[in-house]
Design a protein around this ligand. Structure first.
Ligand SMILES: C[S@@+](CC[C@H](N)C(=O)[O-])C[C@H]1O[C@@H](n2cnc3c(N)ncnc32)[C@H](O)[C@@H]1O
Length: 310
């Protein structure tokens, strides 16, 4: 199966803001029905649904949004990727670095290095680092921050590095952008020395098993699009890793204890050109926190390359 980001599921999306907020309220009601919330919570959800249906105008209008390539989406995101606000980055950093700390050093490849979060940390610990990313925009931010690190443009399924060169490979928060994991894990096995360590993190969809919550991005010409992603279960990752010749050493997940600040006032979205799930959640924050409570947001794998797979 292809691993590009333009596959059959990367079709234009019809984003209806009213449908989104009703779905979040519905998911919260489902959890209340399973016993997690009381009658007052259910009445509040039903009242909010009635009021949203009576006056959906402030939510804004539905829109059709095209799929961006990963490079387009991340070039757009590169301008503020390092700004505070992405709640996944700190728990990711804590878990990924914990899976590396006992390593002796050597050559490390930061695969899909983005703006260089892990390349910087690894270089600071004395590793020789090669960072690879497909987005020129993300790479140019990384190059400004890390002028002495070897940063290369390339696809993570066709890394511009020789066979069996690396002691360590890290691939954080990128594999969701591939429809299938097979080629990526085979490539990670190719570049690692036998006995080398691979640390992978990946995000869950946050929409049950739907492909992906749409990451809405605005391009420099003003056009909006979304960054496609695919849901990979822990089993998808483990099976792809085992097939590529990795042994599993450690596995963990990060679970959400809240997705949106319940104190935020609902935003007026009437003039928003494209519905975006995050500001829309301010209309249904109690339901959003109930709907996603305890949901695994990201997963972490520490693997060792033991053979050539097959
Ligand atoms: C969410 S960012 C993570 C960046 C960095 N690893 C971090 O944890 O901060 C995902 C990165 O994956 C890169 N990416 C996505 N698909 C890719 C592909 N097929 N080949 C190379 N890079 C890719 C994007 O350009 C982006 O920089």
């Amino acid at each position: 199966m292809t691993t590009t980001t333009g596959g059959p599921s990367a079709r234009p999306l019809h984003l209806d803001p009213l449908a989104f907020v009703l779905a979040v309220e519905g998911a919260a009601l489902m959890r209340a029905f399973a016993g997690e919330h009381d009658a007052a919570f259910v009445r509040a959800r039903l009242a909010n649904i009635r009021s949203l249906l009576a006056d959906p105008g402030p939510l804004g209008a539905p829109a059709e949004v095209r799929a961006l390539t990963a490079a387009e989406g991340y070039d757009a995101w590169s301008v503020d990727y390092d700004e505070p606000g992405n709640g996944l980055l700190a728990p990711d950093f804590e878990r990924v670095t914990a899976m590396i700390e006992d390593q002796p050093g050597g050559l490390a490849i930061d695969i899909a290095c983005g703006t260089g979060r892990y390349a910087e940390w690894l270089a600071g610990r004395g590793y020789q680092v090669i960072g690879v990313d497909g987005s020129p925009g993300m790479l140019s931010v990384a190059r400004r921050k890390l002028p002495t690190v070897d940063l290369r443009q390339g696809d993570l399924t066709d890394l511009p590095v020789p066979d069996r060169c690396a002691d360590l490979a890290v691939c954080a928060l990128a594999l969701t952008h591939l429809e299938d994991l097979t080629d990526a894990y085979a490539e990670f096995a190719r570049v690692l020395k036998p006995g080398g360590r691979l640390v992978v993190s990946d995000t869950h969809s946050l929409y049950l098993t739907a492909a992906r919550y749409p990451l809405i991005k605005q391009l420099v010409d003003g056009e909006f699009g979304y960054l496609p992603g695919w849901e990979h279960s822990l089993a998808d990752h483990l099976n792809a890793a085992l097939r590529a010749g990795f042994a599993v050493q450690r596995v963990s997940e990060f679970k959400l204890d809240g997705i949106i600040d319940p104190g935020l006032a609902p935003e007026d979205l009437r003039d928003a050109p494209v519905p975006d799930p995050w500001p829309l959640m301010t209309w249904v924050s109690a339901a959003a926190n109930a709907a996603w409570a305890g949901a695994p947001a990201s997963m972490y794998l520490q693997l060792q390359r033991i053979s050539d797979g097959g």
